[in-house]
Design a protein around this ligand. Sequence first.
Ligand SMILES: Cc1cc2nc3c(=O)[nH]c(=O)nc-3n(C[C@H](O)[C@H](O)[C@H](O)COP(=O)(O)OP(=O)(O)OC[C@H]3O[C@@H](n4cnc5c(N)ncnc54)[C@H](O)[C@@H]3O)c2cc1C
Length: 531
Amino acid sequence: MMVGNNDAAVNDAVIIGSGINSLVSGAMLAQKGWRVLVLERNDHVGGAIATRTEVFPGYTVELLASWHPLFLGGPAYTELATDLARLGVEYLNTEDPTGVICADGSAILSTDATRNAATFESLGDLDAWNAVMSDFGGKAELAFGLLGTDFWRVNSSKFGWKAWRQMGRKALLASGAELLEPAAPWVDRTFTSPVTKALLVPWALHNGLGPDDASSAFITKAISAAISMGGMPIPVGGGVKLVDALCAIITEAGGEILTGIEATQIDVSGGRAHSVRTNNGVTYPARKAILASVTPQSLYLDLLDPSNVSTDYSSAASAYRYGRAGMQIHLALSEPPQWTTAGMEKVALVHVLDSMDSLSESVNAANRGFLPRRPTIVVGQPSTIDSSRVPEGAGLLWIQLQEVPREIRGDLAGEIDYVGGWTPEIRDLYADRVIEQLTPHIANISSCLTGKLVLGPADLAAMNVNLVGGDPYSGDCRVDQYALWRPLRLANGHNTGIKGLWQIGASTHPGPGLGGGSGYLVAKRLRERRH
Ligand SMILES: Cc1cc2nc3c(=O)[nH]c(=O)nc-3n(C[C@H](O)[C@H](O)[C@H](O)COP(=O)(O)OP(=O)(O)OC[C@H]3O[C@@H](n4cnc5c(N)ncnc54)[C@H](O)[C@@H]3O)c2cc1C
């Protein structure tokens, strides 16, 4: 498919892939008059934004990514908001972004501070919650700045200076330890209620971490603060509305989006990348820049000729690792879900788990290749925010599992006797376990079920080559592969060592999520440069 009107013109930028980072960078460059060509190997644009209306007739289903707080809270949205609104993108939000049901009880984290005060008071953790929010609030600008800064630009040193001035040398050095602390010891030290712990810590999963991983306390604080202030926004009609609008910004400026076309080689001469070859036999030149939203292995070991890649880059790319896999279960219900815990029917995203201990156990099990016996079940309810997603009076569950092994070595529950890669049979058996564990909490989950779609690791990988082995985050997010060291341990950032060629996407800083952060950082750089 071809969208746009750019005929045989030479493009200023050729962008490989059409995920959020590609489209954000393409739109930002188009705003400055660049002619942008986007090449996408799938037959549709959007990458991990995959909104579908044909799966369950009458329902709008986000097959993969669903929640947009990172986009609305990030700098890309600030750049693009006016154009997006002009093109009809409308966001809705909720006062009940998240909740938990665990063995010791339940709780909801709201955007209403008064409701949160009552919740934490009843859990015996009000003073602790207030102290955490006030301490983090004082550092929020620096914390969120750290998550989004371009370490490879001169102004990142200004960021360091600001931190130094604001906190002083001793406090800054001490905050390094705070930055690295795992979530489990932090919550155990800080909160008394197991419900508070189970409410907050599963959010580390959404950044690819577990409660025992370095920096998961920092991520838990950052996400808890962001959600309790910013809620859980989603676009009316699904992520496709955002994708369509970003594509429109590109094509309005004379750019073009080609789907069903795979980039197969990036040509380099004189140390500069100048064109992209594709599987349709056409070579697309780029006057100013090529942006590749691909994995490190794809870029340095496949798309570039070995003669153009130094051994330090190729060995660092080979060493890049992938994280746990993910699984999505979509359930269409003829009625709204009947939660057995009052209040959960309004919550956008409910975590159902036993406890912090089960969370820790399940993450470790999945990391080591075992199916968890008590998985943390992420139950999303997009229609609580956007009623246009379901037929009147119906319900829709977007269920996500983040503690999934990429290859199966065994089953902690001792029920599934299987070793090897994911097959449809094993995927469905495991999904049955998950639905069975949800049944006591959602009374009509079976009686009102009208449609079910399960996507396992092999399905995710088949839908998007960047989700290697079904890793939803295109690379392990533990600290040695994060921030300065994402994508490569060489700490080269988006700079590939080849002039005119930039790497973007979830495998690069600031990592996965719908913030579009890497696309934003590279487009910002390119816009400020003389070409
Ligand atoms: C199941 C799931 C649920 C998620 N939920 C959320 C959520 O609710 N909120 C959130 O913030 N984040 C979520 N995430 C994470 C987030 O969606 C991703 O990190 C983000 O969308 C990745 O964007 P990207 O720009 O890296 O590109 P991707 O979305 O990974 O897209 C890359 C595109 O590049 C194409 N491509 C690759 N190689 C080539 C080539 N050689 N030639 C042409 N095209 C190529 C691929 O086909 C793909 O379409 C989720 C992820 C998954 C998988």
